[in-house]
Design a protein around this ligand. Structure first.
Ligand code: PEP
Ligand code: MG
Length: 584
């Protein structure tokens, strides 16, 4: 096969749409390395830090190695190389040398790695052997991976990306995604990451097509060469031929026309054919999303993910800093509701400022995260609650608690809010009563005890992303099990229906803010299951509104019943594919 012949590689489509652009391959190199002295008493700690980084890099290489097994024939070198990298991290000259430099020269681990790499490279170079010269490069690569791991991604790999490029990277973490300059990237494709990981959610929020789970990064491709990403088909096309490019360009034109039509719906009320009103709100990942929220015609923000305030920084934001961010958002929303979700770090969402406090459990998704972390570190939670309560003076604010599993957690949070209100009053800060307090229903136990939780909550918001993950025991960020991740599994749908009914019985609002809220194929079904309130990426909102105007409530109920009568996921998928239009 000619090297530049067209080639299609399958992945998981994590954000729909088509992007044509020049590839920008994120290399592992180019990390600025800090150098500082450490006191003798800190040596053991520094060596432990080194070994924690080694363990992380080994795990990462192991994941890449698994993917490499899916490579086409002829690319076995990649697997061998990854094995070699892993080998260099266990009891090797590299590791021993770094330990020695830390201990003897009392240097930080990053600088010690850099020194040891330089020493090994010059030793290899002195032997004047082309095989060893290549090994020297490998040592450099492993060292850089270690340094990046130690630095916890505190440099911006996207600072210099050209306009409209397609980013190709091994992995894009949520913290990386937050650094993507808005409007600059045309799309991205990664080797690691599942459909509902946070990088995928960010890509959808930015409205850029994205793929994950591609078998290897480059397949001989170079930065600057043309690629096409087809987010719907889950495919990347390398070296596209002229007819292929023509086909995708025509698709892009069609999409633009459809977007133009949808934009005209901005001020049209969201109501079914028979006049049942639906509340459509927006999810926000970053403050910069606010313009898209206002443009979309959303009636407010149904989910403000506050993790952005904690990302890409070594320290924690204090109450005033958080208040300022929230106040600005409340003002911009101009009377529309702002639902502030307290910090949901842990699991795949790591905030480096929290150090080891989150995400280091054996099973991070089941560990100390979200409200569990907040109640164990009350200062963290109280600071957020106080800032949110102060922001409520500037507009209707609601407070949403993630990962709730017990009634006691909600009682404890409300108790803290009452105490904070008193403290604020003492400081002379006035607030107009406590903002409504709600629970994310995203763990099966919360859905199954929704009746009890409804007694201690002012509203619910169903987090279908995590509800699917925990109900099906599928890691939402793992591309290897992504084919089993199915929010329309009958078990998940029954939990959603049960929660909606519990909210209705208790007369509290129930919204759904997981990714299926923005999937127009799901709208009639979810309304049939009893929901009337959705929060989604603002870019998805016009299409969902368009869908709502196309069916009546009795049709939605019949659609919901038809789907719930099925217990076979394939049959459900077939009905979903046909959508309500063909069903009725
Ligand atoms: C969810 O779990 O569905 C949700 C909306 O929260 P997040 O995706 O931030 O976990
Ligand atoms: Mg969640």
């Amino acid at each position: 096969m000619k090297n530049n012949a067209e080639r299609r590689i399958k992945g998981i489509g994590v954000s729909p749409g088509i992007a044509i652009g020049s590839a920008f391959i994120i290399e592992q190199s180019g990390v600025p390395v800090p150098e500082y002295a450490i006191p003798a008493a800190q040596i053991d700690k520094e060596i432990k830090r080194l070994h924690a980084a080694i363990a992380k890099v080994q795990k990462h290489l192991g994941q890449l190695r698994l993917k490499a097994e899916m490579l086409p024939a002829g690319a076995e070198d990649m697997a061998l190389l990854l094995d070699a990298y892993k080998g260099m991290l266990s009891g090797s000259r590299l590791v021993r040398g770094v330990e020695e430099i830390i201990a003897k020269q009392k240097l930080n681990a990053e600088a010690a790695i850099q020194k040891q790499i330089a020493a090994l490279k010059s030793a290899f170079a002195a032997m004047n052997d082309s095989y060893l010269a290549a090994r020297a490069e490998d040592v450099g690569e492993v060292g850089t991976r270690l340094i990046r791991s130690l630095l916890q991604q505190s440099y911006n790999p996207f600072a210099e990306i050209p306009e409209g490029c397609i980013i190709l990277a091994e992995e894009i973490t949520p913290a990386d995604a937050a650094l993507l300059p808005p409007g600059r990237a045309g799309g991205f494709a990664t080797v690691l990451g599942g459909a509902e990981g946070h990088a995928a959610i960010m890509a959808r929020a930015l409205g850029i097509p994205a793929l994950s789970g591609i078998s290897a990064l480059t397949h001989g491709l170079k930065t600057g060469e043309t690629v096409v990403i087809d987010g719907r088909a889950g495919e990347i096309v390398l070296h596209p031929s002229a007819p292929t490019l023509q086909h995708y360009r025509a698709e892009l034109t069609r999409k633009k026309q459809e977007d133009k039509r949808l934009r005209t719906l901005r001020d049209v009320p969201a109501a079914t054919l028979d006049g049942v009103a639906v509340t459509l709100q927006a999810n926000m990942e970053l403050p910069r999303d606010i313009d898209a929220v206002l443009d979309s015609g959303a009636s407010g923000v149904g989910l403000l993910r506050t993790e952005f305030m904690f990302m890409n920084r070594p320290d924690l934001p204090d109450e005033d800093e958080q208040y300022e961010v929230l106040r600005k958002l409340a003002n911009k929303l101009d009377g529309r509701v702002l639902t502030i979700r307290t910090l949901d770090v842990g699991g795949e969402k790591l905030a480096s400022a929290l150090g080891g406090a989150a995400g280091e459990s054996v099973n991070p998704a089941l560990g100390l995260r979200a409200v569990r972390l907040g109640l164990k570190q009350p200062k963290l939670l109280d600071t957020q609650l106080a800032a949110s309560m102060r922001a409520s003076v500037h507009g209707p604010v609601r407070i949403l608690i993630p990962m709730v599993s017990t009634v006691a957690q909600m009682k404890q949070v409300r108790f803290r809010m009452i105490q904070i209100e008193r403290r604020l009053q003492k400081r002379g800060v006035k607030i107009k009563g406590l903002p409504p307090l709600g629970a994310m229903i995203e763990i099966p136990c919360a859905a199954l005890t929704a009746d009890a939780l409804a007694k201690v909550c002012d509203f619910f918001s169903i987090g279908s992303n995590d509800l699917t993950q925990y109900t099906l025991a599928i890691d939402r960020g793992d591309d290897r099990v992504a084919d089993l991740y199915d929010p329309f599994h009958p078990a998940v749908l029954r939990l959603i229906q049960f929660t909606a009914a519990a909210g209705w019985r208790a007369n509290i609002p129930v919204a759904l803010c997981g990714e299926i809220a923005g999937d127009r194929r799901a709208t009639a079904l979810l309304m049939g299951l009893g929901l009337r309130e959705f929060s989604m990426s603002p870019l998805r909102l016009p299409a969902v509104k368009d869908e709502i105007t196309k069916f009546s409530m009795p049709q939605a109920v019949a659609f919901g019943e038809a789907i719930l009568a099925k217990t076979d996921e394939d049959e459900i998928r077939a009905l979903m594919q046909d959508g309500i239009a063909k069903k009725n």
